[in-house]
Ligand binder design. Sequence first.
Ligand SMILES: [Zn+2]
Ligand SMILES: [Zn+2]
Length: 235
Amino acid sequence: MQAAMNDPIERYRANYRSEILPRRYDGRANVRNNALVYAALAVASALAMGSMGRPARAAWIALAASLLVFNLFEYAYHRWVSHRRQPGLRRSYQRHAGEHHGFFDAANMTSPRMEDYHITVHPTGTIVAYFIAFNLAFAPPLLWLWGLPAAGGFALGIALSLLQLDLLHFYYHLAPSTPMCRFFDRFGYMRLLKRMHAAHHDRRLMASHGFNITHPLCDFLLGTFPKEALRDGPR
Ligand SMILES: [Zn+2]
Ligand SMILES: [Zn+2]
């Protein structure tokens, strides 16, 4: 125990659990509530997308466009808000660069404790807030130009993007012995994504590389993909 407390990561984690983690936090309930919200948002969006029979081509284009828009948002927010102090958004910087990166570094990427989901899994209210904000910004022009199926397609893309962001980040920090981790680890692409995020958690790289948390599209386009992630070590 004494040796563990000499480890700065273990010291940080113990402090987080006693000082920041809400006493009533329930990691299992957080995951369950998020799953219910993702299912509800995806079903409602898909119903809107198919509300006039088979979705028109505009609805599929809106779906694809929203996946790309969210990938860019994920990258930009992570790079320029979560890792750079911006006026009015200091809490985002503190929460991510300070707390999330304080809790996990490249050599300590996982925790088996369920209460530690608090540092990784989105709060359920945040998911709903992002979903509403994206749709308030994009649904009016889509409704006006191409109607409800296109707005539904866009909304479905946002729901799926939020889901994969939460799910993949959860997987990267999940204990390797869990069934979900063992299943995802079978796939080379999933292991690549996990190594990419582990490289981003290297404190020397965290402010310069690996800002996509899902598919590294913007990292490739903007030259910030961490090359260390290409080496697949023994499993
Ligand atoms: Zn992380
Ligand atoms: Zn980061």
